[in-house]
Design a protein around this ligand. Structure first.
Ligand code: EPU
Length: 418
């Protein structure tokens, strides 16, 4: 199992280019199952979760051609409308094929995702939404079986709580359902908007993506299209936090500042000077001391839960007490215990974490527990004295493309130990 070795203390200087958003690329790939024609997606990040999704598409019978970051999928015929346990257990987002397969084939069989390091993460809301579109769903032998032999039909979907992949799943089902579908309490994440834009290029009729009410008029068939995935807002925020913790001068290119306004506002509140020197470019410097600030994670456009861990690493270096409240996932403070092993002063109280700073961080051996927790340990390692060894970096490889190479390119002393 690969590890990272990091020697902290070097201010990061220079430019990093952001890749396509993993969480946009995953539903976009699943959407390719909705048509027999070829769909070409640009800026697909070569990370492990994407490779898993590509294997899943191939399992259904689709042809997947990867040329660098350009991926073409042609699902001319679907031989196996199913997501087997082997793939779902390594990536929960496999459940994103449920909606498209049910819509295209009138049936789908998807392994039920198990628990996950950050919380229970059930898919009950995806299931209830598909039932509103006329699917009959039952669970047996660890699999969810959806049946809609006569095809899906439009309906009213009210999500009990906001769910990102749930919204995406039902959106992909609704585009081929007969009649009109209204999705209430829909997720407003940029990734949902990106998916809707792809679907519209494929011939879907969708209004309201990016708001909490999405209206879809079903069409008989979709066709091929070309689409470029948006920049990854979480990768963007991760590198900005990394630059700030080292008191460097870092510029990130190819990002979409509009997609992370709440995070940028917190960086500024903390004393980081963030500027936008050109469209799609952000620059961060720390002219004085870092100040503590409180963070509550929320659905978009609030502060993203996927940036909570990275911001917490930064706040260990801020003067004062920062209170973190995690409202999206019930167990997303695993990084706090590892950060404490590096010298951070963090107290956990249920869904809140109190970080008292600034504390000196010292390099230690730590374990990555999930994707974003691992990123926060990398950030802490960049500021720590001495060597930090991060074990189980396969978690980070799921969602970051060569993070060590990108960081080394701006001066970090980081290397992968295979
Ligand atoms: N939830 C339910 N039932 C459902 C669906 C969700 O109770 O059927 C709960 C979840 O357990 C959670 C909350 O609703 O407490 C929100 O979960 P959501 O469904 O929005 O999360 P997700 O769609 O499974 C996506 C991202 C996550 C990101 C969350 C929140 C993808 C592939 N994943 O997950 O990304 O944290 O939205 O923004 O888009 C990551 O990239 O590291 C990551 C975990």
């Amino acid at each position: 199992m690969d590890k990272f070795s990091i020697h902290g203390g070097v201010p990061l200087q220079g430019e990093i280019t952001i890749g396509g958003a993993k969480n946009s690329a995953l539903p976009a790939l699943a959407a390719c199952l909705l048509t027999a024609e070829a769909v070409t997606l640009e800026r697909i990040p070569p990370v492990r979760d994407i490779a898993t999704m590509e294997r899943l598409l191939e399992h259904t019978g689709a042809r997947v051609t990867v040329e660098g970051e350009r991926v073409t999928v042609q699902a001319e015929t679907i031989e196996r409308p199913e997501a087997p346990y082997d793939l779902v257990k390594t990536m929960r987002a496999s459940s994103l094929v449920l909606g498209p397969l049910a819509a295209r084939c009138g049936r789908a069989r998807v392994s039920v995702p198990g628990g996950c390091a950050i919380g229970a993460r059930p898919i009950n809301l995806h299931i209830a939404a598909l039932e509103h579109l006329g699917a009959t769903i039952h669970q047996e032998h660890g699999y969810i079986e959806a049946q809609a032999p006569g095809g899906l039909k439009g309906g009213e979907v009210h999500f009990d709580r906001i769910t990102v992949t749930g919204t995406e799943d039902v959106l992909m089902a609704a585009v081929l359902a007969r009649g009109e579908t209204t999705i209430h309490n829909a997720a407003r994440e940029p990734e949902v908007v990106d998916l809707a834009e792809l679907l519209i290029k494929m011939g879907a009729r969708i209004e309201g993506a990016g708001t909490s009410v999405i209206r879809v008029t079903g069409v008989d068939r979709l066709h091929g299209a070309e689409h470029r995935i948006i920049g990854d807002r979480i990768e963007t925020g991760t590198f900005l936090a990394a630059g700030a913790i080292t008191r460097g001068d870092l510029t990130v290119k190819g990002c979409e500042p509009e997609h992370l306004r709440a995070f940028l506002a917190k960086l500024r509140e903390a004393g980081v000077e963030v500027t936008e020197p050109a469209p799609g470019v952000l620059r961060a410097r720390v002219p004085g001391k870092l100040r503590s600030c409180d963070v509550t994670t929320e659905e978009h456009p609030g502060f993203a839960t996927d940036l909570q861990a990275q911001f917490m690493a930064l706040m260990t270096q801020a003067e004062g007490i920062s209170i973190f409240t995690e409202t999206i996932f019930e167990n997303r403070f695993m990084h706090a215990l590892e950060l404490a092993r590096m010298g951070a002063n963090i107290r956990l109280e249920g869904r809140r974490a109190l970080v008292a700073g600034a504390t000196m961080l010292s390099g230690a051996e730590v374990i990555a527990s999930d994707l974003r927790a691992s990123a926060s340990l990398v950030i802490a390692g960049l500021a720590a004295q001495g060597e930090t060894i991060i074990d189980r970096v396969y978690h980070i490889d799921r969602g970051y493309e060569k993070i060590e190479a990108k960081l080394a390119g701006v001066g970090a002393r980081i290397r992968r130990i295979s």
